[in-house]
Design a binder for this molecule. Structure first.
Ligand SMILES: Cc1cc2nc3c(=O)[nH]c(=O)nc-3n(C[C@H](O)[C@H](O)[C@H](O)COP(=O)(O)OP(=O)(O)OC[C@H]3O[C@@H](n4cnc5c(N)ncnc54)[C@H](O)[C@@H]3O)c2cc1C
Length: 338
């Protein structure tokens, strides 16, 4: 949406395609009980500030408020994606042949901007017995909030941002919860001297050359969680911390240290993959399959642009503030090549 709005401003003709045919990307499907962790000013897209009802003194927006903002954004720029799914993208003599699932005829484009995010490709870890466990199993993408699991014993696999947030919610709702994590939980303070930490990170992250991050963009390690109570909950044993799960046997999880425990619910907070199965082009990829990108373009395929992908141009490119920063740049770049 951000790229489309910027292309419109540059006077570039474009087709906006979305498999679900709706604006808002992942947001209509993200659990409504969440508040965005970034302050609102870092979640607004180019050309339209966030005005609608913010919570906490106007600093943050909730998921429903952000959905409303995206709907307003679509109305403001008159964006309506065609409900089509991209099946394949191939290199053509000049530009790209794009095939959709509803037709065998390719459509030619001189540039393609891939903005498919990661929400559609949740990662399921290959743990023995995971498919046959009789505990209720779900990915964090489908977390409906703790109310549905009242009185149940919850195992959260993954100690990153979403795992920690879900465990915190379980504690607040009075559910017994265990986090299984390979590493000690890393939870950073959300505020420093009363100021949201994003303001400090923002000041440097936009101008930090990617080469200073070493192998970060290739490896893509998980980001630490924000401490919204987790440190206190761990210290007071309200959250039980375990190592990796070695295997599942019915409702029982066996951990790496040999201990076993029964759970009613298993939440896989194991992240996502930036998956682009429709790209029939041998582009350079990192160790987790993510496209390797330089200034929003594939490193080895010119005019194939990426927005909302890790390290696309800056450190936070995969986040909303990165998208807001990168979309005008991509649109200008395409406009200059017309
Ligand atoms: C729980 C959660 C909380 C978050 N909180 C924050 C936050 O506080 N701050 C922040 O900056 N970021 C946050 N993020 C990240 C932020 O949501 C993403 O950066 C943003 O959604 C990326 O937008 P996108 O348009 O690139 O991808 P998405 O929003 O995932 O949209 C991708 C779209 O592509 C479509 N699509 C996929 N494949 C195809 C295909 N083959 N053909 C056609 N269409 C296709 C999908 O239907 C979808 O609509 C959060 C993410 C999650 C999951």
């Amino acid at each position: 949406m951000a790229t489309a709005a910027c292309l419109q401003r540059e006077g570039v003709e474009f087709d906006l395609i979305d498999r679900r045919g709706e604006c808002g990307g992942a947001y209509p499907h993200i659990y409504a009980g969440l508040q965005l962790l970034s302050p609102a000013r870092y979640t607004q897209l180019p050309g339209l500030p966030i005005r609608n009802g913010r919570s906490r003194g106007g600093e943050y927006v909730t998921v429903p408020q952000y959905r409303e903002y995206l709907a307003e954004y679509a109305r403001h720029f008159q964006l309506q994606p065609a409900a089509r799914e991209v099946r394949s993208i191939e290199r053509a003599v000049s530009g790209f042949d794009v095939r959709f699932t509803d037709s065998d005829q390719p459509t030619q484009y001189s540039s393609v901007v891939v903005a498919t995010g990661m929400f559609d490709a949740p990662f399921i870890p290959p743990i023995e017995g995971i498919t046959s466990t009789t505990s209720e199993k779900l990915h964090s993408r489908d977390w409906p909030g703790p109310v549905r699991f009242s009185g149940k014993r919850v195992l959260v696999i993954g100690g990153g941002m979403s795992g920690v947030e879900i465990a915190e919610e379980c504690v607040r709702a009075g559910l017994p919860v265990t986090i299984s994590s390979r590493h000690p939980i890393r939870a950073v303070r959300r505020r420093l001297f009363g100021i949201d930490i994003h303001h400090f990170v923002h000041a440097v992250s936009h101008w930090l050359p990617l080469w200073t991050l070493g192998s970060f963009c290739d490896r893509l390690p998980a980001f630490p969680a924000f401490d919204q109570g987790i440190r206190r909950m761990l210290a007071s044993n309200q959250v039980n911390l375990r190592g990796e799960v070695r295997r599942f046997d019915q409702r029982v999880a066996e951990f790496i240290d040999g201990s076993r425990e029964e759970f009613d619910v298993v939440v896989l907070a194991t992240g996502y993959r930036f998956h682009t199965p429709f790209l029939n082009i041998a582009i350079e990829r990192g160790s987790r399959g993510q496209p390797l990108i330089n200034k929003n373009q594939s490193r080895n395929c010119p005019n194939l642009f990426f927005v909302g992908f890790p390290c696309a141009r800056i450190f936070p490119s995969e986040f909303l503030r990165g998208i807001a920063f990168d979309a005008p740049f991509v649109a200008r770049h395409i406009a200059r090549r017309k």
